[in-house]
Write a protein that binds this ligand. Structure first.
Ligand code: IVH
Length: 676
């Protein structure tokens, strides 16, 4: 049994981490180290761990514990507003080697063409979208969750360097980073110290707080600034650099250090230079953003579920800390994965006290040849949970105990195994209480079914009393079952039942996410719901049909197919549906306005991208891609060295187009498959 002081350290640590997550999620809307990697599962598991500890040791709960105000953080007084185009984040790389590989990947996807790049500073502030209608600034919106943000128009208008009126109209939407210049930050904190208010930790926090104030007079006093880095609506030119130039001419503040380059050596030089000289800038940056200059190439590269393939962020080296490994705890995940977690002597890292670090898996443990008592180096990388990046074997004592993979599951003692080709050790017991608990916790979590009256302590009780075997059993719970439990008043029991009842009418995306399909997170669940519209259609989707969906590759498609072939999962789904869970159907609208709609296309010759990429793209735009040219064929898409198919096209008078033409036609597609 750990001592009270160990538990207090953990409670402090969890509270701090969750505050940080809340801040990043609800307030910062920013490129913060955490925002890019906001991981709901980690968030939920931290929160659940804290709730469990606080329930067991109420006397150790902190006065400002985040459990007292979770869900109350967002500033509900600001109206929300949907983004016309989602505000995406960027993928990250953490070394110049990784950056080089990223550019090699881009070049490959472009069929070997060497693109020009625009190098930009990654401003450490808050992302905003600013909308001009008929030349007048009419709205400023935060990034929010990417698809919907908060309207902060009055505050945005206080930013002096941003034009309220532009020369050319009519409609323009620009995006950029609001930041607090270093001298204004210092002055603001001095002022706050004088008036007894707590100082802001860094300019980003201060900027994030300031753009969301309800009193715009106070925002004006803080003297925010902005750099605009992209146009979301009203793009005038076909290269990013020209569009930035256009913004400059319209008197928008565009960062003066931006540079267009044509070789990777110049990219690396730019990164090295700014990593070395960042302190000389009058504002904070936390990396470099690299963007493909040509918009045509950007379209060719497209997007993943989270971010564009045509841009990435090179993050400057993370801070490090040193500690000693005291113990390795084994976490059991909802699919039975056994994850080693390092328990460390507490140390400070990037302003937080760290007492544990993820070890990811036992391959990692083996690679470090990790022993108890080892001196380790910690880094935060892009995630909030730190990781061990190095071990010093010279400080190891001869009798130190080596860390081995577990023989059995720590929760149910079943023999652990490692599936062939996987790095994770697993507990194979489907009814392992730890797995069940994690699955149910995931099911009820905020971003799944959002049953917020059910936490880890209640699930533990329900499992131990056999009222629950799995998440579907939640829908069988009665008032009697609940009111007999510890610390469960009549009213609380009624609340729990009513929130379970309410969850029956859920969104399809929520339900798909709640099912816990491997590799299907919240975003992918949303994409699947939009595409298939109903659970039945998703369940009968073939691998082919799944892979045709934007951002779904073979790995995700396989996980989905496996999941829906598992008898136990099918039974669970039947139980959910029979017990009243009824995810709302998403009405799918037909493809409208596509020059390829219903057209028969044949591909021939050497194309600059793989054929299946072209096929997927054309099918998405409504075309039928077939193998041979006939009089029914509408288009032949020809690459280099096209042979007999061209002759046939000529014979049947079929229109022959090249890749450029095909891209031009694709850019006219107004909507692929959309859903209400
Ligand atoms: S481009 C589609 N350029 O970094 C990507 N972002 O995760 C649009 N940021 O949320 C972002 N400086 O808030 C871009 N020069 C720059 C940036 C920049 C800072 C932030 C932005 C975004 C985050 C990337």
């Amino acid at each position: 049994m750990p001592s009270d002081s160990t538990i207090q350290v953990r409670i402090n640590e969890l509270s701090q981490l969750i505050h940080q997550y809340n801040y990043v999620y609800y307030c910062a809307n920013t490129a913060d180290a955490g925002a890019d990697n906001f991981d709901n599962e980690t968030y939920d598991s931290l929160l659940n761990e804290l709730k469990t500890l606080e329930n067991k040791f109420p006397e150790l709960r902190l006065e400002d514990s985040p459990t007292l105000k979770v869900n109350a953080e967002p500033n509900t007084a600001l109206p929300s507003r949907k983004h016309q185009l989602p505000m995406l984040s960027l993928g990250n790389v953490y070394s110049l080697d990784e950056l080089k590989s990223w550019t090699a990947g881009v070049q490959k996807l472009l069929g070997g063409q060497k693109p020009e790049y625009v190098c930009e500073l990654k401003i450490d502030g808050v992302a905003v979208s600013v909308i001009y209608r008929n030349g007048i600034l009419t709205a400023g919106v935060t990034r929010g969750d990417g698809s919907e943000g908060e309207e902060i128009t009055a505050n945005i208008k206080t930013i002096n360097c941003l034009p309220l009126k532009i020369k050319t109209g009519p409609n323009l939407e620009v995006r950029g980073e609001v930041y607090l210049p270093s001298n204004n930050f210092a002055a603001l904190n001095q002022q706050r110290l004088k008036t007894g208010e707590p100082p802001f930790k860094n300019p980003r926090n201060a900027a994030a707080g300031s753009v969301r104030l309800l009193d715009s007079t106070e925002t004006r006093r803080r003297r925010l600034a902005v750099f605009v880095y992209t146009i979301a609506e009203g793009l005038p030119h076909e290269t990013h650099a020209e569009n930035l130039e256009f913004l400059r001419q319209q008197e928008f503040p565009v960062n003066p250090e931006t540079k267009t380059v044509s070789s990777i050596e110049e990219v690396l030089e730019y990164c090295r230079y700014w990593e070395e000289h960042k302190e000389e800038l009058p504002y904070d940056i936390d990396g470099i953003v690299l963007k493909v200059n040509s918009l045509k190439q950007q379209r060719q590269l497209g997007f993943t579920a989270k971010s564009p393939r045509w841009a990435t962020a090179f993050k400057f080296t993370a801070e490090q800390a040193f500690s000693v490994l005291r113990e390795v705890e084994i976490g059991v995940g909802r699919t039975g994965n056994l994850t080693p977690v390092a328990l460390l002597d507490p140390v400070e890292l990037n302003g937080t006290i760290v007492a544990r670090a993820t070890l990811h898996n036992y391959d990692q443990v083996e690679r470090f040849n990790l022993h108890l008592g080892d001196h380790v180096t910690l880094e935060k990388g892009g995630e909030i949970i730190p990781k061990i990046v190095a071990v010093d074997p010279t400080l190891r004592t001869p009798d130190a105990q080596k860390i081995e993979a577990p023989l059995t599951c720590p929760a149910c003692d079943t023999l652990a195994f490692r599936p062939q080709g996987e790095v994770e050790w697993r507990c194979p017991n489907r009814v392992c209480p730890a797995q069940q608990k994690e699955q149910i916790l995931h099911f009820v979590s905020r971003r799944a079914m959002d049953i917020d009256t059910i936490g880890p302590a209640l699930i533990e009780q329900l499992l131990s009393k056999n009222f629950l075997k799995n998440a579907a059993d939640l829908y069988l719970l009665s008032h009697e079952d609940l009111s007999g439990l510890e610390r469960m008043a009549d009213k609380s029991a009624a609340n729990v039942l009513s929130s379970i009842e309410k969850s029956k009418k859920c969104e399809l995306a929520q339900f798909i996410h709640a099912l816990g399909i491997a590799n299907v997170g919240e975003k992918t669940a949303g994409i699947l719901a939009q595409h298939f519209g109903t659970l039945e259609r998703l369940m009968s989707g073939t691998a082919d049909a799944l892979e045709k969906v934007e951002a779904i590759g073979p790995v995700i498609a396989d996980s989905i197919i496996d999941f829906f072939q598992d008898q136990q999962q099918l039974q669970l789904i039947t139980d959910f549906l029979e017990r009243g869970v009824s995810p709302a159907e998403v009405i799918i609208q037909e493809i409208i306005d596509s020059p390829f709609n219903g057209k028969i296309i044949v591909l021939t010759g050497t194309l600059s991208e793989p054929r299946d990429v072209w096929k997927k793209r054309l099918v998405q735009a409504g075309a039928n891609v077939t193998g041979s040219v006939s009089k029914k064929t509408d288009f032949v898409l020809a690459g280099e060295n096209a042979g007999s198919k061209l002759e046939k096209a000529d014979k049947f008078a079929v229109k022959v187009i090249d890749e450029e033409m095909a891209h031009a036609l694709l850019s006219q597609v107004k909507s692929f498959v959309t859903a209400e």
